[in-house]
Design a binder for this molecule. Structure first.
Ligand code: ZN
Length: 268
């Protein structure tokens, strides 16, 4: 197979490789999106667990205070009874002081309990809202996850088809050329580039006139000395299709850069 035909095959391979690269990129990004979603859910669950713990603690504290309050109330009843039964003046006075203290304590405790009840109610509303958010988030993610998994399956199938096409498309390519292409393609894309206006379009560096002239004949596989990419001249490789000769004899062969071509020819 001549060099022109091989370059055409390589360009077709490169087109497939561009698609493969894009698919692989998506196949890498999509699971990352899934991980991100799972992290969001985990973070919300953690937050919810903390708030639930705070709620339980406040609730426990409230119940303890309520028990203490009941105990105080019982104390008050007991003191009152003792006062009714008391005959000694000094004892009655002492009991009265005890009663006042207990009443004051009970009143303070009622205030505290009331405040805690309000805090607990607010916290409970917050926890319930958060639970609602979590359910909503999980539902949303479950739909999105299904879409992502479907998309990944589709991309995997497409990748398989592209790889088959790549295999089929490589038929006829010289082994050494294919190996060299794969070698370059594993590092850079595109790996087969056009020479335009005396420059490699891969690295934008100027090409020596001697190499540029070689490209006109398209009789050998050539490489950019700077970026090592395979390099070709469009007018030379596609001369049959464009109905023109790729040889440097005719000045009008290089459609896009005729002048440059002429310069190269003159200097070469
Ligand atoms: Zn280059």
């Amino acid at each position: 197979m001549d060099v022109k035909a091989q370059i055409k095959i390589l360009l077709a391979l490169q087109g497939l490789d561009a698609e493969i690269i894009a698919i692989n990129k998506s196949l890498k990004a999509l699971p990352e999106r899934l991980n991100e979603m799972h992290r969001d859910v985990a973070a919300l669950e953690e937050l919810l667990a903390k708030e639930q713990e705070a709620l339980d603690q406040e609730d426990r504290w409230k119940r303890e205070k309520e028990e203490e309050h009941q105990f105080l109330e019982a104390q008050i009843v007991k003191i009152r009874k003792q006062m009714q039964e008391s005959t000694a003046h000094r004892e009655t006075l002492a009991l009265q002081r005890q009663l006042d203290t207990s009443r004051k304590q009970a009143a303070d405790m009622e205030d505290e309990i009331l405040q805690t009840m309000q805090a607990v109610d607010a916290r409970r509303a917050q926890v319930e809202a958060r639970q609602g958010d979590l359910v909503e988030l999980k539902e949303r993610f479950s739909v999105e996850e299904e879409e992502i998994r479907g998309e990944m399956d589709r991309l995997q199938a497409e990748l398989g088809r592209l790889k088959t096409r790549r295999e089929e498309g490589s038929v006829g390519l010289e082994t050494s050329v294919k190996r060299r292409y794969d070698q370059i393609a594993s590092r850079r894309h595109p790996s087969v580039v056009e020479a335009v206006d005396g420059h490699c379009t891969g690295c934008n560096m100027a090409i020596l006139p001697q190499l540029y002239n070689t490209l006109y004949y398209a009789n050998s596989m050539e490489f950019c000395p700077i970026c090592q990419r395979m390099i070709y001249l469009k007018s030379a490789v596609f001369c049959d299709e464009e109905g023109s000769s790729g040889a440097p004899k005719a000045d009008d062969t290089e459609t896009s850069s005729g002048e440059e071509g002429a310069d190269q020819k003159a200097s070469g």
